[in-house]
Design a protein around this ligand. Structure first.
Ligand SMILES: [Fe+2]
Ligand SMILES: [Fe+2]
Length: 354
């Protein structure tokens, strides 16, 4: 069993401190270090260690952003992620937080689901178990050299084209869906690297369909229960196709392929995972995939209006979808509408423009 991850929480308000302490302790393999006095923390900072920190924006005598700057001057803490809990998250605040090296801004009052999602994303990453500080996590995906990242992007784009030859979906479906994933991830406060990776990885979510028979893929009308089970296998097949790669973005694509049909309430497939047991990337992809399916023309239905599709997501938050992901998607409505406007299918569902 790996060592416990320590989450340092600094907040002058003891109620907030107790709430965040309780939320972190509910996570597997996490413990807390609590501090209500930032001056006391700075006085002992050379002897303090943690894996992740959460600082309140307003603290006695010091601002949370300034505290982050000072803490990051310590060589042993420079690379430890810090979250900022703030009363508002306007762009000026987010810019100063980013400059101070803060990983994400969380809005107060703390939403328990969002808080746990962020902490888990930092501790576990999109794949695999928690990794103590110093071992690679999702943020270390950025360590790949630019040439290597460019090569990976080419490989991924080639795979998307190969998969597109067999998939009957419009080629724009996976591209729009991937952009929605990136907008959602950004609004969840995920790093630039994570948002770039999910945009490249998400178009492969249905690559496993390439392993299904033509008869099944091209069957018009409704599928029998047995055919439906065979169709559901595209998740495991896609995962098997991608899982052997060492690159973080390919591993992310493998996770998305496996889990994009899981449901928050545990009634999805193929593993019937529930809640946060579903990797974050799968929860994000589920929202983006369904939204694009609803707003697109299919052989069996017309396109839903944007308003109706957003209502569907909202009504199914907490059942089909992660509520934090739905909230993050809703806050990106303007950008999402713009993606829909610039990447439209023809009336028959075929690609109209890139
Ligand atoms: Fe799928
Ligand atoms: Fe899809």
């Amino acid at each position: 069993m790996s060592a416990k991850l320590t989450v340092l929480i600094v907040d002058g308000n003891r109620t907030n401190l107790a709430l965040m302490d309780m939320l972190v302790r509910k996570l597997p393999n996490c413990t807390t270090l609590l501090q209500s006095d930032p001056a006391a923390l700075l006085a002992s900072i050379g002897r303090t260690d943690y894996d992740i920190a959460v600082f309140a924006r307003h603290l006695p005598q010091i601002d949370g952003i300034e505290l982050a700057r000072r803490v990051k001057l310590q060589p042993h803490l420079r690379d430890r992620p810090i979250l900022l809990a703030a009363d508002d998250g306007d762009s000026a605040l987010r810019a100063s937080a980013q400059q101070a090296g803060i990983a994400a801004v969380l809005l107060k009052p703390i939403d328990p689901v969002e808080f746990r999602t962020r902490i888990q994303a930092l501790t576990r990453g999109p794949t695999g178990p928690a990794s103590p500080a110093g071992e690679p996590g999702w943020d270390d995906a950025g360590a790949a050299a630019p040439e290597q990242q460019a090569r990976e992007a080419e490989y991924l784009a080639t795979l998307v084209r190969v998969a597109g030859y067999r998939d009957r979906e419009s080629p724009l479906h996976s591209q729009r869906m991937a952009r929605y994933c990136a907008i959602l991830a950004h609004n969840l406060g995920m790093s630039e690297q994570f948002c770039r990776d999910i945009r490249q990885a998400a178009p492969l979510h249905d690559i496993g369909k390439a392993g299904l028979s033509d008869a099944l893929l091209r069957k018009p009308g409704l599928l029998s229960p047995e055919e439906r089970r065979d169709m559901e296998e595209h998740t495991r097949i896609g995962h098997a196709m991608l899982k052997g790669a060492r690159s973080p973005v390919f591993r992310m694509a493998a996770d998305i392929a496996l889990t994009h049909h899981e449901r928050w309430d545990g009634s999805g497939y193929p593993q019937r995972l529930r809640g946060e047991a579903i990797p974050l990337v799968g929860r994000i992809a589920a929202v983006a995939d369904v939204f694009d399916a609803l707003t697109s023309v299919k052989a069996y239905k017309t396109a839903w209006s944007i308003a109706n599709a957003f209502s569907y997501l909202h009504d199914n938050a907490g059942e089909q979808f992660d509520p934090a992901c739905v909230a993050a998607f809703e806050s990106g409505r303007e950008e999402i509408t713009e993606v829909m406007r610039t990447m439209t299918d023809g009336d028959d569902g075929t690609a109209d423009a890139a």
